[in-house]
Ligand binder design. Structure first.
Ligand code: SF4
Length: 329
């Protein structure tokens, strides 16, 4: 899959979901994957995530079918699908309706189930099976902002991996249980600046560590949290309508502003990916978010560059001064 989709349908079909983004970014061959895409003709000024996905699929013959999100994710996915078809990879389109129409989303889920040879009823049963692991992810998130015992990096890693549960939800759940148990015995973190992370997951590795080195901690990872389905409603369609990422930015902002207040966030880092259309949403986010915003841009996998580190440090110091002066809680 090219991004989060109703993975319950994949499990119900007896298949194994694999989030290609996670395979790409955690591979020690990620630079090779990008180069492979460029060798095959992908332009330099195309997002590295897209090239990474293409590169992964060029070298993993076990993945025979790709569910590609053609609406609600990435403007590059149509062309990615076409180049995959050229390689003989089966692609199944999946579209989140921009207007968040219940019936349209229900039709998409039913079509995905039909393509994979299962039923919506079977996928609803899997939804029930996944509830305990999703509850553990709720707890991980609560222990980040309220319990103050989970780091921003841990929060990011577990939530971003919940798109496919690392292809094994039972193992994922049991490993997460161990982390929660260990973390519950930690002394609560006492940093003075609380940050929010908004935007697509970072392609850079050490953003969370860099923030912690300057005395701040991320207490919300917006889209990663959405991947874990925080609002599950009464069925699959409700769950994926409440999922904010594929729809308009204003719907996302309702969730963002609500959570920033609830989690006492002092400032946000808006991460944008080079060559991504979502970069434009920065205009709206800067106008509508109620706390200071630092926009940072990443292009290729690797560590935070020195210029970004200096900007991050200055931002955290500015927030720290405001907290000290009592201008923020
Ligand atoms: S970061 Fe933007 S351009 Fe890149 S894959 Fe994601 S949505 Fe597409």
């Amino acid at each position: 899959m090219t991004t989060t989709i109703p993975s319950e349908v994949i499990w119900a079909a007896g298949c194994v979901p694999v989030d290609l983004n996670n395979i790409f970014i955690t591979s020690d061959r990620r630079d090779d994957y990008i180069k492979k895409a460029e060798r095959d003709g992908y332009p330099r000024n195309v997002c590295a995530w897209i090239k990474g996905i293409y590169g992964v699929l060029s070298e993993l013959p076990d993945i025979t079918t790709v569910v590609a999100v053609t609406q609600g994710d990435c403007s590059n996915t149509h062309a990615l699908m076409e180049t995959l078809q050229l390689k003989g990879i089966r692609t199944i389109p999946f579209a989140f309706p921009y207007n968040r129409d219940f019936d349209a989303l229900a039709r998409e889920i039913a079509m995905l189930a039909k393509e994979l040879g299962t039923t919506v009823g079977a996928a609803e049963a899997i939804r029930g099976t996944l509830e305990p692991v999703r509850k553990r992810l709720d707890e991980l998130d609560r222990m980040t902002w309220e319990g103050n015992r989970i780091t921003g990096a841990e929060n990011h890693l577990w939530l971003v991996s919940s798109s496919d549960f690392n292809s094994d939800y039972e193992r994922f759940s049991s490993e997460l249980g161990i982390l929660l148990d260990t973390a519950s015995k930690r002394t609560p973190f006492g940093e003075s600046v609380r940050l929010g992370y908004i935007g697509v997951p970072p392609i850079i590795d050490d953003l969370y560590d860099a923030a912690e080195a300057y005395g701040a901690r991320f207490v919300i990872n917006e889209i990663q949290r959405q991947f874990s389905m925080p609002e599950r409603g009464g069925g699959l369609v409700d769950q994926y309508l409440a999922y904010t990422y594929p729809y308009d930015v204003f719907h996302r902002l309702d969730y963002i502003n609500r959570e920033l207040a609830r989690r006492s966030v002092h400032g946000i880092v808006h991460y944008v990916q080079s060559f991504c259309h979502r970069h434009i949403e920065d205009i709206v986010i800067r106008k509508k978010v109620k706390v200071p915003v630092l926009t940072i841009e990443g292009e290729a996998p690797g560590n935070v560059d020195e210029r970004t580190k200096i900007r991050l440090q200055a931002f955290i110091e500015m927030l720290g001064r405001r907290v000290k002066k009592g201008m923020m809680h």
